[in-house]
Ligand binder design. Structure first.
Ligand code: FES
Length: 286
């Protein structure tokens, strides 16, 4: 496995995990999917960069296999042809579903004859695609997976030409924080209440602790106090740490995972939730 400098999991896998070891895994979670409905044909599109293909390929296969009349267009950005992840599998899918699955490879480090396919996705390219090749009115859902800047640029362009934001689903695999986000985080931390009494409800049981002044988020506070709670990215991206605030108040530093309607129901990402009241109770059994 690729070693990411300072990466907790890749370091563990490369230096400690041995052949024959058992790994306990969590069930899949998150919102990066839409329900399968074989009765209604749909047209899907996807914009993906590099390893962002991993979740999207499963989504493509699922909908093509289980919805016999649905179509998928994949716009897939890589550096070179050689670096295209799952190329063989994608080509096999293309052969199997040649009338319903179309893929367009964009490359940043190799020049090809069609200029349009050279280089990153840009607002101009997205505009050209939606003017000519993507029928926005007929697009049921769009999936985007890649770096933050790419995701938000494409999302903005698609919304500008009329694709409803409920139809745009994205998963970040890298989040470089912008100045606006840095300012928001600083504001949230200013509102942090010191010494909050926190109650965690998990598996029907309660766990109580007092927030350590040196820690910011409910998840970090709970883990430091010995709780065993679900989490993965700790970056506000995956929603594994989702819980519901049932008493008191918190503010999230960032949120790339929860939809507006979930936030309206008091759901929060515990890895981002900074307590802003003297008492906070959160429920993980949601
Ligand atoms: S652990 Fe991924 S969003 Fe909190």
């Amino acid at each position: 496995m690729k070693q990411i400098p300072g990466g907790v999991f890749s370091t563990y896998i490369n230096s400690e995990l041995k052949r024959g070891d058992d790994i306990e895994i969590m069930e899949p979670s998150g919102n990066f999917y839409v329900d399968v409905n074989a009765a209604t044909p749909k047209n899907y599109i996807a914009f993906v960069a590099g390893s962002g293909i991993t979740p999207v390929l499963s989504i493509i296969k699922t909908h093509l296999e289980l919805e016999p009349q649905s179509t998928f267009k994949l716009f897939y950005l890589n550096r070179t042809v050689k670096s295209i992840i799952f190329k063989e599998e994608i080509e096999q899918l293309k052969n199997k579903f040649f009338q319903r699955f179309h893929v367009f490879y964009f490359l940043t480090k190799e020049q090809r004859d069609i200029e349009f396919l050279n280089g990153r996705f840009t607002p101009e390219k997205i505009k050209l695609l939606t003017d000519t090749f993507i029928d926005i009115d007929d697009t049921a859902h769009c999936f985007i997976c890649g770096p933050q800047d790419m995701i938000f640029m494409i999302k903005e362009e698609l919304e500008a030409v009329g694709l409803n934001k409920d139809k745009i689903h994205y998963e970040l695999f890298f989040s470089g924080k912008s100045d606006v986000e840095d300012n928001h985080i600083a504001e949230v931390l200013e509102q942090k209440t010191e010494g909050t009494k926190v109650t965690i409800i998990d598996g029907g049981k309660e766990f109580h602790f007092i927030m350590d002044d040196d820690l910011d988020t409910i998840l970090d506070g709970a883990l430091a106090a010995g709780a065993d709670l679900p989490f993965a990215c700790k970056g506000g991206v995956c929603s594994t740490c989702k819980c519901k605030v049932v008493e008191g108040s918190v503010k999230m530093k960032v949120n790339y995972a929860l939809e507006e309607d979930e936030v309206a129901k008091n759901l929060v990402l515990s890895c981002q939730a900074v307590p802003t009241s003297k008492k906070v109770t959160v429920d993980f059994d949601v």
